[in-house]
Design a protein around this ligand. Structure first.
Ligand SMILES: Nc1ncnc2c1ncn2[C@@H]1O[C@H](COP(=O)(O)OP(=O)(O)OP(=O)(O)O)[C@@H](O)[C@H]1O
Length: 381
């Protein structure tokens, strides 16, 4: 029976879904909704419950508690093949003894026996969509990893699913192919507008492809929002450091005026920030500054905030340069700069000015990740 309160624009709704494995609570009363046509990504560290959530949606695992509806209908007891889902997993498991054509046609044949002409038309459409025309007679072993992934997508989409489930679909590809397939999957999503649930631990994949990102931690969703919003206003220090890099710091509120807080760090550096509602004078205040929000300048500079710092390390990547810096009371800062043609890079040991404005300071609800947030440099000069 359709739920009379169900929103027809909602493809999936999970309410209070829980799952425990051997006394370990893996999902903790999880709520999640996916709108029709939406691309939603579950992003989080290993073990936070992303795949468990996806497997419950797929019907491959039963939850211990909670409710699930698909297209407004209770789906808790619906067998997987009746859920009208398309699935692509990390190991894309094409049938090795079948041609590309037969691999893609497989799902259609499982649904019933459409005429050979209908099967051919649909498979051709899919090959066109994933940009593999002419590959229908090949076997998976004759295809590159990226091409196999395109076939896996075509196989998942050929039946016209209501919801496409993607579990780490790009993690077996090398970095260049992964970037190419991110853009491909986004293009296919924009063409078909099929509602999609992606599971990944890659912030880049999440930022590039999603309409909304749900950041998971310990079996719960900590923050759900569109990519640009989650990046600009992550709220917690965990989300701030998981979606992007950040300098997370802790200070004390010295003054509060019209929603603006004056914050001092233990050694006297100070700054102003948009205040969070729970901040009080004399209380602790956590905040973050993204590496790209610091302007690194050689000497005195006019800006709302200017901190003196010393370059402790540098990594040059061509289009960008990352500096590790130490300021008084903030010994581990990271700044990201765009080297200008003809401009010079700062050397290790050099004194610089770090300039930023109030709008660059992200107020946070907690300082859990303070000091540990910015990813370490991997190559140095
Ligand atoms: N069938 C199972 N039996 C026992 N424990 C399980 C089972 N499946 C998952 N777990 C445990 O549940 C937790 C969450 O697993 P899940 O695969 O959902 O995490 P994830 O966020 O997808 O992480 P990853 O990216 O590493 O797969 C992990 O601690 C995992 O070891």
């Amino acid at each position: 029976m359709p739920d009379p309160s169900a929103d027809p624009e909602l493809i999936l709704r999970l309410e209070g879904v829980s799952k425990t494995f051997q006394n370990q609570r893996v999902l903790d009363a999880l709520d999640l909704e996916i709108a029709r046509g939406e691309f939603l990504t579950l992003l989080g560290p290993s073990g936070c419950g992303k795949s468990t959530t996806l497997n419950i949606v797929a019907g491959l695992l039963s939850p211990d508690g909670g409710r699930m509806t698909l297209r407004g209908r209770a789906a808790d007891r619906l067998p997987p093949r009746k859920r009208r889902l398309g699935m692509v997993f990390q190991s894309w498991a094409l049938f090795p003894h079948m041609t590309v054509f037969d691999n893609i046609a497989y799902g259609l044949k499982m649904q019933g026996s459409p005429s050979a002409a209908v099967v051919k038309t649909k498979v051709d459409e899919m090959l066109e969509l994933v940009r593999l025309p002419g590959a229908e007679g090949k076997f998976p072993s004759q295809l590159s990893g990226g091409m196999q992934q395109r076939v896996a997508l075509a196989r998942a989409l050929v039946t016209g699913p209501d919801l496409l489930l993607l579990d780490e679909p790009l993690s077996n590809l090398d970095a260049a192919l992964r970037k190419e397939m991110q853009v491909e999957i986004k293009r296919i999503h924009e063409t078909l507008k099929v509602s999609t649930l992606l599971v990944t631990h890659s912030q880049e994949e999440a930022l590039v492809m999603s309409d909304r990102i749900a950041v998971m931690r310990g079996g719960k969703i900590e923050r759900i929002a569109p990519p640009a919003e989650i990046y600009a206003d992550p709220r917690s220090s965990f989300v701030c450091t998981f979606v992007g890099d950040a300098n997370v710091m802790l200070g004390r509120v010295e003054a509060l005026d019209a929603g603006v807080a004056r914050i001092v760090l233990p050694t006297g550096l100070s700054l102003s920030a948009t205040a969070r509602p729970e901040w009080t004078i004399g209380g602790e205040a956590a905040f973050a500054i993204r590496p790209e929000s610091f302007a690194v300048r050689p000497g005195p500079v006019e800006a709302e905030h200017v901190w003196s710092a010393t370059v402790t390390d540098r990594i040059f990547k061509g289009g960008t340069v990352t500096y590790e810096l130490a300021a008084e009371g903030a010994p581990h800062l990271t700044a990201l700069a765009l080297p200008r043609a003809g401009g010079r890079l700062f050397e290790r040991g050099e004194s610089v000015a770090l300039a930023f404005g109030r709008q660059d300071v992200i107020p946070l609800a907690d300082g859990e990740m303070a000091g540990a947030a910015v990813r370490p440099l991997t190559e140095t000069v």
